[in-house]
Write a protein of this length. Structure first.
Length: 161
C-alpha cells in the first residue's frame, strides 16, 4: 500500500527542513510527522520520506531501527512507555511495570486485543529527577507509585476507544 504525506504535512516538512543545515538532519522530525499521520512506520512510509527529503532509504531505515520511539507495527491508542532505567528502577519502576503488565494483560511491545493500549519498557526518558515516570503517548507522568498509576489506568480504561 502506498503512502503519501498530506498537503498539510508536506508543508510542515518544508518548515522543518528550513531549521536544519541538511535534509539528512530532518529525518527524525519527518519520521515523527509520518508516525503521527500513519500510526507507524512502514517500508512505504520510509520510501516516501526518502523521496520527500532527497535522502537514501537506508538513512531513514537506520534512524527508525536505532530509536525506540518509532514504531514499525501498529500500537495501541494509548502507547504506554515505562522507564526502568537506573533512577526509575531505584524508585520502584519495576513495581509499576509489573503492575501495568498484569492489569492490561500485555507485555513489552504488545497491544491489547481491543487496540486501546500498548506497552513498552524503555530506557531513560530524561526525567530522572521525577522518577519513577511513564509516558502515555506524548504526555509524561512523574513521581509515580502504584496507586497513582492505577488511577491513571482506570481513567483511560473508562474512556471511549
Ligand atoms: S531513569 Fe527514568 S527518566 Fe531517567
Amino acid at each position: 500500500m502506498t503512502f503519501k504525506f498530506t498537503e498539510e504535512n508536506l508543508k510542515r516538512i518544508e518548515e522543518v527542513k528550513k531549521k536544519y543545515p541538511t535534509s539528512l538532519a530532518a529525518v527524525m522530525p519527518t519520521l515523527y510527522i509520518a508516525q503521527e499521520q500513519n500510526g507507524y512506520i512502514t517500508n512505504e512510509v520510509m520510501e516516501e520520506i526518502a523521496n520527500v527529503l532527497g535522502v537514501g532509504k537506508i538513512d531513514v531505515l537506520s534512524v527508525v531501527t536505532f530509536y525506540t520511539m518509532y514504531h514499525t507495527k501498529p500500537m495501541g491508542k494509548y502507547h504506554i512507555q515505562v522507564c526502568t532505567n537506573v533512577s526509575c528502577m531505584l524508585r520502584g519502576a519495576y513495581e509499576i511495570w509489573n503492575f501495568i503488565k498484569e492489569r492490561l494483560g500485555i507485555d513489552h511491545m504488545e497491544v491489547t486485543s481491543d487496540g486501546k493500549f500498548s506497552l513498552e519498557e524503555v530506557e531513560c526518558m530524561g526525567a530522572c529527577g521525577y522518577a519513577p515516570m511513564i509516558a502515555i503517548n506524548e504526555d509524561y507522568y512523574e513521581n509515580l507509585n502504584k496507586e497513582k498509576v492505577e488511577e491513571i489506568l482506570n481513567s483511560l480504561l473508562n474512556s471511549e476507544l
